[in-house]
Design a binder for this molecule. Structure first.
Ligand SMILES: [Cu+2]
Length: 99
């Protein structure tokens, strides 16, 4: 294989590998209503989450994957987050303040 085409393939595979990450954003936005760091729980107001069949706005308690994720969060903060079901419980896997 010629060096030029090898470079092209190399560049393309880097592009493909990096692209999903670059485009990945926490898919959900919400507002912090209550933080319970001791129990690793947070109450969020958020919009629809299709994968959980949650429609419309709601306020509910989530556990967080790690209580340290709640550091610096307080009621009224607007956040971006991702969530998954872990051991059958709605769990925040990622959370950050919106800029
Ligand atoms: Cu919900």
């Amino acid at each position: 294989m010629k060096l030029k085409s090898m470079l092209l393939i190399g560049t393309l595979s880097i592009y493909v590998a990096v692209m999903p990450r670059a485009f990945a954003t926490e898919p959900y936005v919400g507002e912090v209503k209550k933080v319970n760091q001791a129990e690793g729980k947070v109450t969020l107001k958020h919009g629809p989450i299709k994968k959980f069949d949650m429609e419309g706005d709601m306020t509910m308690i989530y556990r967080v994957a790690n209580p340290s994720m709640l550091q610096g969060l307080k009621p009224g903060d607007h956040i971006r987050f991702d969530t998954d079901k872990v051991n059958g419980k709605f769990t925040i896997t990622k959370i950050e303040k919106s800029k």
